[in-house]
Design a binder for this molecule. Structure first.
Ligand code: PMT
Length: 219
C-alpha cells in the first residue's frame, strides 16, 4: 500500500471480547466478534507495520508474516499480555470490548440450580487502556468509545481520562455500526480535530483510521 509511514513501526492492537468465568461452565462476556480489531491488524500489516494482536475469544483466524497473534480470555490476562510488549510499541490501539467487571469468585464446581434468585458479586477489572495511558512515553495511543447516549461528550471525556491521542467513536444508535457487523460508522476525535465518516466496511474504516493517524501523528 502507498505510503511508507508505517513501515517497520511497532503496533499493538487489542481485539474481541473478554470472557470472565463464573464457574467451569459459564462466563460473563459481550457481543464483540473481533472483526474491527482484526481489520485494523490486517491493514497495519499491509502498510508494513510489525503488529502484535492481543485477542480475546473470537472465531477469527489471522496469519500474516507481520502479525503475531496472542490469544487471551480475561481482562486481567489481556492486560498482562499487552504489558509484555507495550513499552517498545510506537502505536497502541485498544479496540477490544473489555469486561469492566468480573465475578468476585470463580466457583471450582458448576454452580447448582437451587434458589429462585441467584446473586453474583462483581469486582472491577483493570482498565487496560488507562494503564497504557499512565505508562505512555513515545506511544501514539488510540482508544475506541462504544456509546449509546451523549456520544461525543463521553468520547471526549475518555480521550482525556485515558491520556489518548485519538479516540474512535462508534455508536450503537447507528444501524450497521458496532458489534458483529461487517460495517462500522465512526467519528475520529483528537484534542484539535473531529472527522466524521460514513458507514463503511470495517476494512475501509481501518484504512481511514491509519490515514488519520498518519496525518495527526505526534511521536
Ligand atoms: O469486535 P466487533 O464485533 O467488530 O465490534 C467492534 C467494537 C464495537 C467492539 C469496537 O468497534 C469498539 O467499540 N471497541 C471498544 C468497546 C468498548 O469497550 O468501549 P468502551 O467505551 O467501553 O471503552 C473505552 C476504551 O477503553 C476502549 O478502547 C476499550 O478497549 C478500553 N477499555 C475499556 C475497559 C477496560 N477495562 N479496559 C480497556 O482497555
Amino acid at each position: 500500500v502507498g505510503s511508507h509511514f508505517f513501515k517497520g513501526k511497532k503496533i499493538l492492537i487489542t481485539a474481541g471480547p473478554t470472557f470472565e468465568p463464573l464457574d467451569p461452565v459459564r462466563f460473563i462476556g459481550n457481543h464483540s466478534s473481533g472483526k474491527m480489531g482484526y481489520a485494523l491488524a490486517r491493514r497495519a500489516a499491509a502498510l508494513g507495520a510489525q503488529v502484535t494482536l492481543v485477542s480475546g475469544p473470537t472465531n477469527l483466524e489471522l496469519t500474516h508474516p507481520n502479525i503475531v497473534v496472542k490469544k487471551v480470555t480475561t481482562a486481567q490476562q489481556m492486560l498482562q499480555e499487552t504489558l509484555l510488549y507495550y513499552d517498545e510499541m510506537d502505536i497502541a490501539i485498544a479496540s477490544a470490548a473489555v469486561a469492566d467487571y468480573r465475578p468476585e469468585t470463580v466457583s471450582e464446581e458448576k454452580i447448582k440450580k437451587s434458589e429462585e434468585n441467584l446473586t453474583i458479586s462483581l469486582v472491577k477489572n483493570p482498565d487496560i487502556l488507562k494503564t497504557w495511558g499512565e505508562r505512555k512515553k513515545k506511544q501514539f495511543l488510540v482508544g475506541f468509545a462504544l456509546e449509546t447516549t451523549e456520544e461525543m461528550h463521553n468520547a471526549k471525556v475518555k480521550l482525556e481520562k485515558k491520556n489518548l491521542d485519538l479516540i474512535v467513536l462508534n455508536s450503537l444508535k447507528d444501524s450497521g455500526a458496532g458489534f458483529q457487523h461487517d460495517t462500522n460508522k465512526v467519528t475520529l476525535i483528537t484534542r484539535t480535530a473531529v472527522a466524521e465518516f460514513s458507514l463503511k466496511s470495517k476494512s475501509e474504516v481501518a484504512a481511514d483510521i491509519f490515514d488519520f493517524i498518519e496525518s495527526h501523528y505526534i511521536p
